[in-house]
Design a protein around this ligand. Structure first.
Ligand SMILES: Cc1cc2nc3c(=O)[nH]c(=O)nc-3n(C[C@H](O)[C@H](O)[C@H](O)COP(=O)(O)O)c2cc1C
Length: 195
């Protein structure tokens, strides 16, 4: 803390515990007293891994127990989840993890909703454009062309939980290994989606 320049804010992130939640409030208080100016809580223990549900009510307990702003995190996959975690936790600030990967427009939906009270979901044609952009950026950066292909498969593997079209695209590139082959499929896929 002494060596951190004053203009750099110190923030922290915690889970609810390792095996159980008995020390959750104490840990949060120690973090706040240690000088953190903000705390994000991933509402699960280490042992709970990524198993649903996230315990949003525990974020409220922590929020009530510390004097720094708390950001709620865990299992926000849709706009409705965002509204629900805010209600249950009492927090105004929410962190997205896998939801931002699975639904690349989730943050935009949230922003639209906050600004106007309604939100429009991206259609898959728009998302197909982002998939192409992502792949182009990865291949431009990476000399080894296995990496972009593996990353794309990983992304589609997550996105297919939210979109059947991602499952379809995944099936079409699943056995491909070369970036150039994958790019061809991505381009025709985007054209199809845009109709
Ligand atoms: C792509 C990705 C990268 C992440 N990187 C970090 C990280 O660098 N540090 C960290 O504390 N948590 C990281 N996480 C965990 C998230 O911040 C979050 O705590 C966790 O995924 C639970 O939220 P979720 O249920 O919305 O996914 C990452 C998660 C994802 C999906």
């Amino acid at each position: 803390r002494d060596s951190l320049p004053a203009h750099i804010p110190l923030t922290a992130k915690m889970r609810l515990g390792f095996e159980d939640k008995t020390l959750a409030l104490e840990c949060a208080q120690a973090i706040a007293e240690g000088g953190a100016c903000g705390l994000t809580v991933h509402a699960r223990t280490k042992v709970e891994g990524y198993e649903p549900p996230a315990h949003w009510e525990w974020v409220r307990k922590i929020r009530d127990a510390v004097n720094v702003p708390v950001t709620a995190n865990g299992d926000v996959f849709t706009l409705q989840d965002y509204l629900d975690i805010k209600t249950v936790s009492g927090c105004n600030s929410v962190m997205l993890g896998r939801g931002a990967v699975m639904r690349p427009d989730l943050a935009r939906q949230i922003k639209q909703y906050e600004q106007s009270g309604s939100a429009r979901e991206a259609d898959f044609a728009e998302i197909a454009g982002w998939i192409n952009l992502f792949f182009d950026l990865c291949t431009a950066k990476e000399a080894n062309n296995k990496y972009p292909v593996a990353r794309l498969k990983q992304w589609l593997g997550m996105m297919k939980r939210a979109y059947p079209q991602a499952e379809d695209l995944f099936a079409r590139i699943r056995t491909l290994k070369e970036a150039a082959e994958v790019k061809q499929v991505l381009e025709s896929f985007e054209r199809e989606q845009k109709g």
